[in-house]
Design a protein around this ligand. Sequence first.
Ligand code: 13P
Ligand code: SF4
Length: 302
Amino acid sequence: MENLKKEIEQLKQEKNAVLLAHYYVDDAVQEIADYVGDSYYLAKVALKESKDVICFAGVNFMGESAKILNPDRTVIMPDQKADCPMAHMVDVEKIEEMRKKYDDLAVVCYINSTAEIKAHSDVCVTSSNALKVVTALPQKNIFFVPDENLGRYIGSKLPEKNFIYNDGFCHVHRSITAENVKKAKEVHPEAEVLVHPECTPDVVALGDYVGSTSGIIDYATASDKDVFIICTEMGVLYELKQKNPGKTFYSVGHRQFCPNMKRISLENVRDTLRDMKNQVELPEELRLNAKKALDEMLRIAQ
Ligand code: 13P
Ligand code: SF4
């Protein structure tokens, strides 16, 4: 493993590349990444990055967003099959239908979406900025795509808006049940429950804190409590433990494992950098249209 890491370091120098990783990828990849973070942080890093090559250890929509924001860089993906199923759970026809049905409508798309959906939306959001962004929108009607659970969480905070939900979901977060949380609380009554808003509303209701992966890490780090029940993909445990060696973290269930994020390995990071393969390419018109929704998010959320 150490040799592989050295090889990756050398390749990064040789190709003038930066390695970005999401908190859900394997510990070994997080360990060697130049930047690790949530979706919003990584989008901002991609925007300001000046290296020639961005190697994105994450799922497709992340690399796509990096390319949309940074067309002059080469963006490569360690595994092109690492895709987020939720990103495909809405289609353009449904968006067009809502635009016909409602006046004064904003189409808000979670960054976990395809470039095509972004191109047909008014603004993008991530789990860490969705509340701020939607609050700032002048429109009363909000069509929130593709994730119903994040939409419902934000909708519950903004009763003055009329939310229309789409039935997309993350299978990893949906597999966490309220029963799982209650049982974990029985075993560890002193623990605080930290929940990602992609979880179902009954799980969100049990959270002492609800927020993005970075939000969960920051909350646990600042908290004076020592024990936590974590309701999100288990990859966050790496950073949680790095930052809080004296604290204890329990993963709430046994299936909090995103098979797509876990496709990224040291081997495919090395191979991709070495061969400069799996480059993200987008038709220019699509890129420019999708960029408007990302730019709008960056403008409002800053
Ligand atoms: P955040 O890291 O933005 O909370 O997103 C979670 C996620 O599901 C990424 O796929
Ligand atoms: Fe998609 Fe869920 Fe995996 Fe995130 S954890 S990439 S939302 S399937």
